[in-house]
Ligand binder design. Structure first.
Ligand code: PEP
Ligand code: MN
Length: 355
């Protein structure tokens, strides 16, 4: 059964939209959000945080059980469904008590196998649907591990949520997207739906739309977006929440982009064919050259052995790096990319030489 099978609203195109406030702050705030989101007719589930994991103590930590009571009442009043974050086994039990059928594991929980196991024990046999956010660090195995633990606990309605990664240099994002990590998850688990959380990746309203568009370009199954009726007054994540009207504009923008992409499918494939052929030829040539380069490394290893010197030659490596980066710059290539590529090639060459 699909996680959203019983949801009260249609999906936008074939995508799923989960939206709602970072945290429940009052009955009125939840009611106002719920009414506005129900009106869009395009939101599958309303997200609402009840227990908030805050980086530093002293900030708003969520309202706990009273918020669940309001969720239960408003779910009946507006015929909607809510989901919320669980970080402890007791949270799962309380959610069940108040009729919440879908929960999510936050980034701080997914990365902690002990806590995932404890939550799994509470989830076992519950028939609940679960969303697993990526862990804070870019380790696809940790993410996969949490998903596997949930499956082993009998959870069948499972969805991954990409919310970005905490890095020393986030390149202007709150949490660096590192798209290659969720794409690797998709490669390993093509059966698993994956949603993008542009709010926690961007950390600011202006980034929600471009990140969502990127996610659609990468074939994500939908979005989990933070929506608040008065974002500037929000008690948590105020900078990144958008209004229900802005969510509607975002959905319109994505639907237009999606339609345009669909119409162009065949013409696009035809237009790309000759260019793709050239890319294929270049890749084959590059691989042939790399193989040749590695064979030379092997010969070099023999000479170094005969001359009784070490494999790693820092001066030579420094010269190679400087020279190739200059060439790269002159050719209009990104020098950081060139450096990373050379480091990979050098590491492999050292491995080959070490035998
Ligand atoms: C949230 O969704 O409000 C939240 C705290 O998420 P994350 O675990 O991605 O930080
Ligand atoms: Mn939040």
């Amino acid at each position: 059964m699909c996680i959203f099978a019983n949801c009260f609203k249609l999906k936008f195109m074939d995508k799923t939209i989960i939206a709602g406030p970072c945290s429940v702050e009052s009955r009125e705030q939840l009611r106002e959000t719920t009414e506005a989101l129900a009106k869009t007719g395009q939101v599958s589930l309303i997200r609402a945080g009840v227990w908030k994991p805050r980086t530093r103590p002293g900030s708003f930590e969520g309202l706990g059980e009273p918020a669940l009571r309001w969720m239960q009442e408003l779910a009946a009043e507006y015929s909607v469904r809510y989901c919320c974050e669980v970080a402890r086994p007791e949270h799962v039990e309380l959610c069940q008590q108040y009729g919440i059928q879908t929960v999510w594991l936050g980034a701080r929980t997914t990365g902690n196998p002990f806590m995932v196991e404890e939550i799994c024990s509470a989830l076992r046999g519950s028939g609940m649907s679960v969303l697993a956010k990526n862990p804070m660090i870019p380790d696809v195995h940790l993410w996969l591990g949490a998903i596997e633990r949930l499956q082993a606990a009998g959870i069948t309605d499972l969805t991954a949520v990409h919310r970005g990664f905490a890095m020393y240099n986030n390149h202007g994002y709150r949490n660096a997207p590192l798209w290659e990590v969720p794409l690797e998850l998709r490669r390993e688990r093509p059966d698993l739906p994956i949603l993008c959380d542009p709010s926690h990746i961007g950390g600011q309203r202006a980034l929600v739309a471009p990140i969502s568009l990127a996610a659609m370009q990468l074939g994500y199954d939908g979005l989990m977006v933070e929506v608040h009726p008065h974002p500037e007054a929000a008690q948590s994540d105020s900078e990144q929440q958008i209004t229900p009207d802005e969510l509607q504009q975002l959905i319109d923008l994505l639907s237009t982009a999606h339609r345009a992409a669909r119409n162009d499918d065949e013409r696009l494939a035809a237009a790309l064919a000759p260019l793709r052929q050239q890319i294929d030829d270049i890749d084959h040539e590059m691989l042939g050259l790399l193989a040749q380069r590695m064979r030379l490394s092997q010969q070099i290893a023999t000479v170094k052995q005969q001359m009784q010197t070490t494999v790693y030659q820092p001066k030579r490596w420094e010269q190679v790096l400087q020279d190739r980066q200059q060439i790269a710059a002159a050719l209009g290539l990104n020098t950081d990319f060139t450096k990373e590529l050379l480091e990979k090639i050098h590491a492999e060459s050292v491995r080959v030489q070490l035998g």
